[in-house]
Design a protein around this ligand. Structure first.
Ligand code: PGA
Length: 253
């Protein structure tokens, strides 16, 4: 596990963009797993900058997003499809036909989950999966539970997640109660993982990635078993790792 602790959010976004850009430069046909939320927005801005500078070409990549709210159409301003389109995809040369999302509207949840999983496998598997982390330790929408859900599935969002995401909707009652998310196994199949966390409200969740204890009640703890994880976090999010004496993990920039 490689850990980069940055001074602030801006530096975090730049470092994360460097990791993603290097993946695409190394493999122009890379399969990239994208994440939504507040944390990766700076990363996407940086990637747009790199694209405009001619440093990254997105034309060969294939994308799979982690999750989507159930009940929102692609056009809904809070759908994750819309988020990615607004914040990255419409501003770079990614090919529309290579963009994949779990659907928000469907009739047979099991069938669409199976299909999404099959699409990832057929594409050859994800080369680099970008992740945020919930204050409750969720990754994608894999919420704390007694057991891990392995593959793409329909999930009831945790109350904490609904509250955290209410800021995007204006009103908590507008936040969908369900989502389709890649499972913990889908995420762990990625060849490499880039996890971003910013702010002291993420410090507790982040510290579980170094606990030495894998626990489905803190889903991100499973990342300890992955052979190629890069954490890019700001110093506030790193507070508890350092207190727990894990500073030997630190790699300076
Ligand atoms: P955030 O969400 O980036 O908006 O904090 C992260 C997550 O819930 O995975």
């Amino acid at each position: 596990m490689q850990l980069y602790v940055t001074e602030d959010y801006r530096e975090l976004s730049k470092k994360a963009a460097q990791v993603v850009a290097e993946q695409i430069q190394k493999k122009p046909g890379a399969i990239i797993g994208f994440a939504t939320g507040g944390t990766p927005m700076g990363l996407y801005e940086e990637l747009i900058g790199k694209y405009n500078q001619g440093e990254v070409d997105f034309s060969g990549i294939t994308t799979f997003n982690l999750d989507e709210y159930v009940g929102l159409t692609r056009e809904h301003p809070q759908s994750y499809y819309h988020f990615m389109w607004e914040n990255l995809f419409s501003k770079v040369n990614v090919k529309k036909e290579r963009i994949h999302f779990p659907p928000g509207i469907f009739t047979d949840a099991q069938a669409v989950c199976r299909q999404y999983e099959a699409q990832m496998d057929e594409a050859g598997g994800i080369d680099l999966q970008i992740l945020g982390i919930g204050t409750n330790g969720h990754i994608g929408f894999n919420e704390p539970a007694d057991t891990f859900e392995i593959s793409t599935h329909l999930v009831d969002l945790a109350e904490e997640t609904i509250e955290a995401n209410a800021r995007f909707f204006g009103d908590k009652t507008e936040v969908p109660r369900k989502a389709i998310t890649m499972g913990v196994g889908s995420i762990m199949k990625a060849k490499s993982i880039l996890l971003l966390a910013s702010g002291k409200n993420k410090a507790e969740a982040v510290s579980h990635i170094y606990s030495g204890f894998v626990d489905p009640r803190v889903p991100a703890s499973v990342l300890q078993l992955h052979p190629h994880v890069t954490l890019v976090i700001d110093k506030e999010a790193a507070q508890l790792i350092e207190e727990k004496g894990a500073s030997t993990w630190l790699h300076s920039q």
